[in-house]
Design a protein around this ligand. Structure first.
Ligand code: SAM
Length: 400
């Protein structure tokens, strides 16, 4: 029996937490409704082969089954390894096809695909503190979208997920349950924070000029840096986690974006000779992974030294609804932090930006600042967090 694309179930899953501005996702939805049953079934078979024969996707989508049945991943790994041996190739292909036929039938209650689709159709992300549901939900979304309407991106996306898998196995504190923190609609990756929509909300991308140099601190998987490099002269991006940097590098290469330069480094000891027109510090001044906890004035003073005369600092907060108790990720004490910040940088404007996921994230404050020509130890602070938290648009026009 050939496999059938469970169209209605997949469409229902896609519509649970949609990304309305993501054109590939919209295209995928429309395409799935428009194609013939025969075309859809052929695509389902390809998708099942991509997923069910990959130890990386097995672990990402069925973590519980993998934990209960470690032999399953071993079996699939074995199939992939033996595929290269001429004498066993035909047998391996037969066994692989058999495995995909057995487990890809979403109508049969005991199959992996049935179990996954039932879970993604009904589980509730709220209260799931480990990000477990959303990591699986978005991974599945990315696979479906690229399989349906961006086949040219499947190779890159599979490499990105392989690097995330290596990160999860070898890095202590991955963000977002091991899924991608930054997304990039251009390559079919939803991410927890979709880069293009996020940048549109900040509103500075089209203000950048080809003569400008940009530095991004803690660039994560580099998609923001790559996107900004399309508008600026050059972007340097520093990140502690080497697996994420490699994702940035392979993506920049795949997109032929040559004016972005990634560096694996600890920002607290990184000491470049260069200064930049625009410095980005997004949710970075005291990270919840514990890998960056420089005393706030030292952090700001370093940003000041890294910024050109008349240069700009764009700053994104951590949680401005926190108690302000000084722990990592808590910016409830942002007024106090800005007593320090505004000695070095003049506050130009700010706005709140919405979280993109249905749980596990909060709205953040985005702040536009301009470097002071000299540090003013006794300056009057303009930031008022209580007021700033109310505004979801700029008070003025910082980028005109
Ligand atoms: C909350 S995430 C923010 C990522 C990115 N700035 C964004 O807003 O999309 C913090 C990032 O800082 C990185 N990081 C943590 N400690 C660091 C350090 N000492 N030097 C450079 N990057 C660091 C983490 O690996 C992670 O990618």
């Amino acid at each position: 029996m050939p496999l059938c694309f469970p169209r209605q179930t997949v469409l229902t899953i896609l519509s649970r937490f949609p990304r309305p501005a993501d054109t590939l996702e919209q295209k995928a939805r429309e395409y799935l409704q428009a194609i013939s049953a025969q075309e859809a079934d052929a695509l389902w078979e390809q998708l099942c082969m991509r997923v069910l024969l990959s130890p990386v996707y097995l672990e990402a989508l069925w973590p519980d089954v993998c934990a209960q049945h470690p032999n399953m991943q071993q079996l699939v790994k074995g199939l992939r390894e033996q595929l290269w041996v001429p004498a066993t190739m035909a047998q391996v292909e037969t066994s692989s096809a058999q495995w995909v036929l057995e487990q890809g039938d979403a109508d049969q209650p005991d199959t992996l695909m049935h179990q996954l689709l039932s879970y993604l159709s009904s589980a509730n992300p709220v209260g799931d503190s480990s990000f477990g549901f959303l990591a699986r939900y978005y991974t599945w979304r990315d696979l479906v979208v690229t399989q349906l309407v961006a086949p040219q991106r499947t190779e890159l996306l599979d490499r990105v997920f392989s690097l995330l898998d290596m990160q999860n196995k070898h890095w202590g504190k991955p963000y977002c349950g091991g899924y991608a923190y930054q997304g990039y609609a251009r390559i079919g990756l939803a991410g927890v924070k979709p880069t293009e929509v996020r940048l549109q909300a900040y509103g500075f991308t089209s203000w950048l000029k080809p003569a400008m140099s940009v530095l991004e601190i803690g660039c994560n998987n580099g998609f923001m840096a790559i996107e900004l490099a399309r508008h600026a002269g050059s972007v340097d991006a520093v990140e502690y986690n080497p697996f994420l940097v490699e994702i940035g590098r392979i993506t920049a290469e795949a997109l032929d974006q040559r004016n972005v330069h990634f560096e694996v480094a600890d920002f607290s000891s990184w000491a470049p000779l260069k200064r930049y027109d625009v410095v980005l510090s997004f949710a970075n001044h005291c990270t919840i992974d514990g890998n960056l906890s420089v005393e706030f004035e030292s952090f700001v003073a370093k940003l000041w030294h890294l910024t050109n005369e008349d240069g700009w600092l764009f700053f994104e907060s951590h949680n401005v609804f926190g108690p302000g108790a000084g722990t990592a990720g808590d910016d409830g004490d942002l007024d106090h932090k800005f007593d320090i910040m505004e000695r070095y940088f003049e506050l130009v404007d700010s706005k709140m930006t919405k979280a993109f996921v249905p749980s596990q994230d909060v709205d953040k404050l985005f702040v536009v600042l301009r470097r002071r020509s000299q540090v003013l130890p006794a300056v009057q602070r303009r930031m008022n967090l209580h007021e700033a938290r109310k505004h979801y648009s700029y008070q003025g026009q910082p980028f005109t």
